[in-house]
Design a binder for this molecule. Structure first.
Ligand code: ANZ
Ligand code: ZN
Length: 816
């Protein structure tokens, strides 16, 4: 064995060995399975920085730990290779996206392999390859057959200069991200997936899964369930009705005007009755240029225009009220029209104040009406100025008024979801072609499954030019109808890459299957995913789409489960020199450099040691050097020959106890993914070992080191393998050894439960050491709370800590 710790010699050697021995291969049919998944990267040209490796290190520790516990572990990796970033990068460089993507994949794969993680590369999936996107197209067809994929005209962002549709993310304060021209709205036919059919299930089933509460909150808000009512207002002397969606039917007596979205169909239908049409038309044009986010900002100055000559009738009291169009009302939410109640809605209040409209108070705190309102009162209360309903509590009035309106035919209950159908078509080149054919006789015809994949044609010029790039390839477009054999044309749009990534976790267990997307037996053997690790930025889109596609395939009988990811863990971001680490900010730490300097085991250890893995952390050059020193010292301890000096029986006992405490701490920390505290425990333990060195019997010493090494193995696998094998380990690899067990008896008095409370209410319990100090208790409890419930440090007023003999209690007093 080398005298000095020399990672440059050790690490490549074991990586080659593991690969040669096939130690990372997952069986097709496991005995006891654990599926550990990372969010796969998209092959960016910038390569990975140390921030990306944080999650991959964490999942690898967990996967290796599970392996040592006797599980068969599936830990796969792949590339999310289609999509805009890849295409834009390729356009910029003037390299074809296929070539550019391949090059980037090679580089990122090299970097990931550097980590020495137990990925089973035999199962790799690359979404831009035909053997994968064939099945993405197959999934599209399943949805199409079920009526869950449909085509509809929809308003999209259109850049008149680049002549292309832009995603919302490409519109920066209503300008095109690339050329800075004003973005317009244009109506185009688009493909959608009907995710709205699953809104309620997507909401309900959040209860079934072990996910961070903040992700659940984000999904709940994104789905946005609102309970309310549809109310119909007639127009005076006209055969039209305006239907509005409201969550506050209790305020209908205070509705003093109506507002339609500028794009509402009725506006054009009313054209000949609108006396100020030219001005109205101008306003409509202008509002088309403003993004939805802009339009709904609370603080934005309200704009709008009255529809002269049009009056609506409030069904509750027959009052005639004016009708406006205004851009704070959105076309795609509710019915695209509202009853405005300025006394109880802030936006309506601002609007009414600006246009001098009537403000009628109908809800008051105490049941007495006040002389003048200075701002909208949005709380519940008692009805006033509301005819026979005055005096009623507003919650009860919601139901009572709707029941009354139901009998008279102008009201009905309605639950509205903010979630919209998923727009999946892109007028772009670098994506999976949508497998649809248009026949003059038969209309929309799906490509037969046995003709998949519809191959993406090789294209030299794929820059967007006003029509989708695929429309320029005649051999691609012109085809025959699979139904009647007549002339037909192919769909020229491609799919959103989120479709590719919505099902990739189903492909890994059977990634080479050419007959089916996956065999059901292999899926039964491996899924659902037991642990899914990735960034919080995917809280809504990707994670919601994946849940949706899983549910659809479950309903179709392809899957035996309807939630894909049993446990989710979010990795925090890495900051460096004060800001988020990124190529564009120029503050990137390249893992290649770090590996050259310290070796990968040090990098791995530091990635974990930096701080709680689910929180943002600052990279520190000193910190990583400290981890390197730890490994050097540990290496010396493991490799030097042990000399027994004077034996101390008491120390021997203490060492044994401390070792068992360490086993428990590391096991619990890995289970809870508190890997930073695990690394601290290793460091403390090493200090203790150095203190007792020579004073304990060699047998005890050796046994202790064996345990220590096994506990370290998932964290620093090359280091552990080197020492294990070079000091005569019996098995082919330390990862074939078992995970150490602790004796409850030995550590009994060392752990007590820490009860975690918020405002006196129990929120959870964790085991902690008897000698835990107040500050550590606070940190541990805070981490726990952040993971389990949404919890912000700012709200903490104080923390009260109590240490008793058999338990400890920490109570956070918070205010909102
Ligand atoms: C009358 C009213 C009175 C309202 C009141 C609120 C307070 P959530 O909870 O987010 O679903 N609304 C409905 N459709 C809209 C649209 N297309 N664009 C903009 N606003 C719209 O919000 C529902 C409320 O948002 C509805 O209830 C409606 O205003 C408004 F004291 O109706 B309300
Ligand atoms: Zn046909």
């Amino acid at each position: 064995m080398e005298k000095r710790y020399n990672p440059a010699k050790i690490e490549p050697k074991w990586q080659v060995f593991w690969e040669k021995e096939g130690l990372h291969k997952a069986p097709d049919f496991p005995q006891k399975k654990f599926y550990c998944l990372d969010m796969f990267p998209y092959p960016s040209g910038d390569g990975l920085h140390v921030g990306h490796l944080r999650g991959y290190t964490l999942s690898d520790v967990y996967a290796r730990y599970k392996k040592m516990q006797g599980y068969d572990v599936l830990h796969p990796m792949g590339f999310d290779a289609f999509g805009l970033p890849a295409e834009n990068a390729a356009i910029k460089k003037g390299i074809h996206p296929a070539i550019n993507t391949e090059k980037n994949i090679a580089n990122i794969k090299r970097q990931i392999k550097m980590l020495g993680a137990i990925y089973d590369w035999n199962r790799e999936v690359i979404t831009s390859q035909p053997d994968y996107y064939k099945w993405t197209q197959w999934i599209f067809l399943q949805l199409f057959k079920k009526g869950l994929a449909y085509k509809k005209k929809s308003l999209v962002n259109w850049c008149p200069k680049c002549k292309t549709v832009l995603a919302n993310e490409q519109v920066v304060s209503s300008l095109c991200e690339r050329c800075d021209s004003e973005v317009e709205k244009k109506e185009l036919e688009q493909w959608f997936f009907k995710i709205t059919d699953y809104a309620q299930r997507l909401l309900d089933d959040l209860e079934k899964i072990d996910w961070p509460e903040r992700v659940k909150v984000l999904q709940r808000n994104w789905i946005g369930r609102s309970e309310g009512a549809l109310l119909k207002f007639s127009l005076k002397n006209l055969p039209f009705k305006v239907e509005v969606f409201t969550t506050r039917p209790d305020t209908v007596f205070g509705a003093t005007y109506l507002v339609l979205a500028p794009e509402h169909e009725l506006v054009v239908q009313l054209k000949e009755h609108i006396k100020n049409w030219p001005d109205v038309e101008k306003y409509i044009k202008r509002s088309q240029r403003i993004s939805e986010i802009e339009r709904t900002k609370e603080e934005r100055e309200k704009t709008g225009i009255i529809l002269e000559g049009i009056l609506a009738i409030n069904p509750v009291n027959g009052q005639e009220i004016p009708v406006f169009i205004a851009d704070y009302v959105l076309k795609d939410y509710g019915t695209g029209a509202i009853m405005a109640v300025p006394a109880h809605d802030e936006r309506d209040f601002d609007f009414a104040a600006k246009f001098g409209l009537k403000i009628i108070e109908v809800i008051s705190k105490n049941g007495k009406s006040s002389s003048s309102l200075k701002k909208a009162y949005t709380q519940p209360g008692i009805l006033v100025n509301s005819g026979q309903f005055s005096g009623m509590n507003s919650e009860l009035a919601k139901k009572t008024i709707v029941d009354w309106g139901k009998k008279q035919g102008w009201a009905e209950e309605k639950t509205w979801y903010r979630l919209r159908d998923w727009l999946i078509s892109r007028q772009r080149y670098w994506g999976a072609p949508i497998p649809i054919i248009y026949c003059e006789k038969c209309g929309i015809v799906p490509v037969p499954e046995n003709e998949l994949p519809v191959l993406l044609p090789p294209l030299k010029d794929f820059t967007p030019k006003g029509k989708p790039p695929l429309a320029t390839v005649e051999e691609f477009v012109n085809t025959v109808c699979p139904q009647c054999g007549g002339k037909a044309q192919r769909e020229v749009d491609t799919m959103d890459t989120f479709v590719c990534s919505s099902w990739y976790y189903l492909r890994y267990p059977d990634s080479k299957n050419d007959e089916e997307p996956f065999s059901q037996e292999k899926i039964k053997a491996w899924l659902p995913v037991d642990l899914y690790v990735g960034g919080i930025e995917h809280a809504t889109m990707h994670l919601l789409y994946a849940r949706f596609i899983t549910k659809v395939l479950y309903d179709l009988g392809w899957l035996h489960f309807d939630e894909p990811f049993t446990r989710l863990y979010n990795i925090g971001m890495i900051y460096y020199k004060g800001s988020k680490m990124s190529k564009s900010r120029g503050n990137v730490v390249n893992p290649d450099d770090m590996v050259a300097m310290y070796g990968i085991d040090t990098v791995r250890l530091y990635e974990l040691f930096m701080g709680p893995p689910n929180q943002d952390c600052e990279w520190s050059d000193k910190g990583i050097a400290g981890c390197f020193r730890f490994l050097k010292r540990a290496y010396n301890l493991f490799t030097e020959t042990y000399k027994e000096e004077n034996q101390d029986k008491e120390l021997e006992q203490e060492l044994e106890r401390k070792t068992h405490i360490l086993i428990k701490e590391i096991t619990d920390d890995i289970e809870n993914l508190n890997l930073n505290t695990a690394v601290s425990s290793f460091m403390e333990f090493l200090n203790f070992l150095n203190k007792v060195k020579g004073k304990v019997n060699k047998k005890i010493w050796d046994e202790t080191l064996i345990i220590f090494l096994r506990l370290l193995a998932p964290f620093v696998p090359h280091f552990a393998e080197e020492i294990y094998r070079e000091s005569g380990g019996k098995r082919i690899s330390i990862f074939k050894e078992t995970w150490p067990q602790y004796s409850e008896d030995l550590i009994k008095m060392d752990f007590v439960p820490l009860l975690i409370q918020v405002n006196g209410k129990m929120k959870g319990k964790i085991d902690v050491r008897v000698d835990l100090k107040e500050k550590e208790a606070q940190t541990l409890a805070l981490n726990y709370l952040k993971e389990k419930i949404s919890f912000a440090d700012e709200n903490i007023k104080k923390a009260i800590f109590k240490a008793e003999k058999t338990k400890k209690i920490i109570n956070f007093v918070i205010s909102f």
